[in-house]
Design a protein. Structure first.
Lengths: 115, 109
């Protein structure tokens, strides 16, 4: 399987500031990574598909200008929450799929709290 | 797009009894169906998966069944133990993973 490392594991920021979350595939070159958001006691909601070297594909209802995704290399995708507000407080988690129709491997997640 | 429905949202079973969680999906092109277990504050962990060319798969106390015609798949946990208490998510995918809303499983002593 793939080892996926996400950083930071938690962050507290002030309202209006931006926060960058990193997702690294440590042992696998990932052309595609997925970003999810999970609110307390809810499911993982797919936000966007990050594609290496090209623009991310966002799910309906996800603001691409607010959640900036950069997948500049085969091992790193970043999610930047811009101008964060308290309602953006959530658990953000990335995943990597190692092949077509195979299991996904998840990062450890980032708990974002906006105060 | 794909939609995955999961039931029940909460399930309490006596230790030693069986637990069953059911899911339906909408996209007939989906051909991979994983089940994840998530403990509080942690990442989801794959517990079992099934591909569309298989009707049933078993791994010790855990089994998954798939009915492609009806677009149903189910998770079965037998001889439940306290450590089985967690949230379980089903998922379906063709080109991206879509999760069900989750089932909070409580194992009662």
């Amino acid at each position: 399987g793939a080892v996926v490392s996400q950083h930071p594991s938690w962050v507290i920021c002030k309202s209006g500031t931006s926060v960058k979350i990193e997702c690294r595939s440590l042992d696998f070159q990932a052309t595609t990574m997925f970003w999810y958001r999970q609110f307390p006691k809810q499911s993982l909601m797919l936000m966007a598909t990050s594609n290496e070297g090209s623009k991310a594909t966002y799910e309906q209802g996800v603001e691409k200008d607010k959640f900036l995704i950069n997948h500049a290399s085969l091992t790193l995708s970043t999610l930047t929450v811009t101008s964060a507000h308290p309602e953006d407080s959530s658990f953000y988690i990335c995943s990597v799929r190692t092949g077509i129709h195979t299991e996904a491997f998840f990062g450890q997640g980032t708990r974002l709290t906006v105060v | 797009g794909e939609n995955v429905e999961q039931h029940p949202s909460t399930l309490s079973v006596q230790e030693g009894d069986s637990a069953v969680i059911k899911c339906t999906y909408s996209d007939s092109a989906s051909n991979y169906f994983p089940w994840y277990k998530q403990e509080l504050g942690k990442r989801p962990q794959l517990i079992i998966d099934i591909r569309s060319n298989v009707g049933e798969k078993k791994d010790q106390r855990i089994a998954v069944t798939l009915n492609k015609t009806a677009k149903h798949f189910s998770l079965h946990i037998t001889e439940t133990q306290p450590e089985d208490s967690a949230v379980y998510f089903c998922a379906a995918y063709y080109d991206k993973i879509i999760f069900g809303k989750g089932t909070r499983l409580h194992i009662l002593p």
